[in-house]
Every structure is written in C-alpha cells, then in structure tokens.
Design a protein around this ligand. Structure first.
Ligand code: IMP
Ligand code: ZN
Length: 343
C-alpha cells in the first residue's frame, strides 16, 4: 500500500498497477542482465568485450544493428531463459501486473538452438510459478525480413504451443525492409487459428504507402502509429483500434522530435484508446513507470488521469472478458486502498 500522500510522481508511477503490451524480449534486457550474459559469453565471442550499449542512438538506422550484439548474448536456450526471467522480474518490480512480452523465434546453427527450442525456452520461463503478482503472456513476432515460408513456420510454432499462453502474433522488424502484403497469408492463418494480431504501424514515412494494406487486415492493435494521414486517422479512430504508445523509444530513435510533439497528445484530445508501453526498455533505459511519468509531466496529466489510462489499458489486452474483469477489480481495489496517494 502507498503510505504517503506526498509520494513523488516517479514513486506513484511505480506503485500504480500497470499493463505492458509492447515489449520485445531482446530489446528489454537490462544493462545488468547484459553484463551478466556478457560474462557468460565473452570467451566465445571476444568482440563482446568491447560491446557498450550506446547511451544515445543517432537514428533509427543505428537501432537494428545493435541487435547483432544482443543476439550473441542470447545465442542459446539457457541465455534466452535467463534474459526472459530477468525481464519479467524487472517488470514486476516496476508495478506491472499484466505483461504481454513479444519475441521473434530465432535459430543459431553454432549452438544448435532451433526456433522451436527458443520458443520453448521462453514459454517455460513465462509459465514458471512465481510469487510476484504478475500475469505473463506471449506474442510471437514475425520479422518484416522473413520469407513467407519463415512466417508460416512461426505461425505453425505458435499453433503447436498455443496452450502455453501464446495469445497473439506481431509484425515487427526493420521498418525499411520487407512488406506486410508479402507476409499476409501467414497473418491470415494466424487469424483463422484464433490469435489476436498487432502490427508495427507507420513508424517512418516510407511505411505510409502500405498503411491501407495493414488496416484492411483489421489488426486488433497497432504499434506506434506515428505518422497518420487523414484517411488513415479516420479508419483508426472510427474502428477504435488501440495504439501501443512508446514515447521514449520514438524520441530516442528520432521518429518523433520531442515528447511535446508526441502523437499521444492527439489521442488524449480525441479520447482514443492507447496503452503506454516501453518497446525496448533495455536499450532505451526507460521502465514503464518512467513512461507514465514522462506522459504525465509532458501533458500535465493528473494522477487520476494516469490511473484511468492504466485502467483503460485493460480493455486492449489479448485476453477474454473474465480476465479483464478480474484485472479491473484488482485496479479498483488498489485505487480504494491508495486514495490518499491521489491528493
Ligand atoms: P526479439 O524479437 O525478442 O528478438 O526483440 C528484438 C527485435 O524486436 C528487433 O530485432 C526488432 O526486430 C524488433 N523491434 C524492437 N523494437 C522495434 C520497433 O520499434 N520497431 C520494429 N521492430 C522492433
Ligand atoms: Zn516495437
């Protein structure tokens, strides 16, 4: 329980129960875990000794090459299990009560890791019993660079392990590569199999031409949705498609100039559903509580508004009405027990 009415904003944002729906496992690995994994791997990859996570990424084009290093840290099942476990623990400590992680199954010929053993390792950790009050689900990502055959392979794996808390499929990866249309048959299959679908959407100008294709699929949520022309905006608003908002990620990767310019301001004005998320808390050094604090400070949101933002995020989860009701009850109980923290 929050005990002080003079609780500062950052502490309030940690205590506030939160929903995280857009977090890539390999981008969420904290510097502490990176250090731990580098110690494990540095004999195998001497070049890791020089690997320093940059404090500022110059452009979004600097971002994707970074993963070449991170993928050396998580090149086998044991390492991806350590990374996943630590990421979950860190979100739990930051007050996240419901977490949808996402990851792209990856093989490594040297270590013998297959896409299936990768996915199994992640799911084993997600389904471990834990004492922290956090529910964890998995979204399986399809990378824009994948061939259609690879995309089908990913959906087939999701089907195979569907009973182990896989809830959705995502389109992610380098925004300058590939196309949704090429991979669409795999997403059609995912939908037929009953998975929810979220798509990274209009992060850079070059993505805008494919926006009508992505929207015609009828995604359940959109990631970022940074650049919207009028017809696109209308479609998203009229269909009330929830948007996963990652303020620090967008500003550091320079797809949005400043926090003040962030497109979440339009969603606040329109009362359009959005969910504050981190994207890659490891490489952007920002926890979810920090994203709430940034949004609050930038747009002068009250603590009541922050609570409502978190509460409404429950409607966007990839889960059924029973789970949503349970979470809403938990949120209301927290609100009642901590009424003085809103003063
Ligand atoms: P992983 O899927 O767990 O390996 O997480 C890292 C991957 O997530 C990266 O290689 C990217 O493909 C993807 N990713 C992380 N952030 C973004 C983003 O903002 N846009 C598109 N893809 C992203
Ligand atoms: Zn993302």
């Amino acid at each position: 329980m929050v005990t002080s009415s003079t609780l500062d904003l950052s502490e309030f944002c940690v205590q506030l129960p939160k929903i995280e729906l857009h977090a890539h496992i390999n981008g969420s690995i904290s510097p502490k875990t990176m250090h731990q994994l580098r110690e494990l791997k540095k004999h195998k990859y001497p070049e890791l000794a020089d690997f320093v996570v940059p404090e500022q990424l110059d452009r979004i084009s600097d971002f994707f090459p970074l993963f070449k290093f991170i993928y050396k840290l998580t090149d086998d099942e044991e390492a991806i299990a350590i990374a996943t476990r630590n990421v979950i623990d860190e979100f739990a400590k930051d007050g996240v009560r419901y977490l949808e992680l996402r990851t792209t199954p990856r093989r490594n010929e040297d270590t013998g890791m297959t896409k299936e053993s990768y996915l199994k390792s992640v799911l084993d950790v997600i389904n471990e019993p834990r004492k922290e009050n956090i529910i964890v689900r998995l979204i399986v990502s399809i990378d824009r660079r994948n061939t259609l055959e690879e995309a089908f392979e990913t959906v087939d794996l999701a089907v195979k392990f569907r009973t182990q808390n896989i809830v959705g499929i995502d389109l992610c990866g380098d925004v300058h590569q590939g196309s949704f249309e090429h991979l669409r048959p795999a997403f059609d299959k995912a939908r037929t199999e009953g998975f929810y679908v979220t798509l990274h959407f209009n992060e850079v100008v070059e993505n805008m031409v494919e926006a009508p294709n992505l929207l015609s699929f009828g995604p359940d949520r959109l990631g970022h949705a940074t650049l919207l022309d009028e017809p696109t905006r209308q479609t998203i608003y009229s269909n009330r498609i929830p948007i996963e908002i990652c303020m620090t990620s967008n500003v550091i990767s320079k797809t949005v100039k400043t926090f003040e310019d962030h497109h979440v301001k339009d969603l606040l004005v329109e009362n359009h559903p959005f969910v504050l998320c981190t994207d890659d808390k490891g490489v952007f050094f920002s926890d979810l509580s920090n994203e709430y604090a940034i949004c609050s400070t930038t747009f002068k949101m009250t603590r009541d508004q922050l609570f409502e933002t978190s509460l409404h995020s429950i409607d966007a989860i990839f889960g059924g009405s029973e789970l949503k009701s349970q979470l809403k009850q938990q949120w209301q109980e927290w609100h009642q027990a901590n009424a003085h923290a809103f003063n």
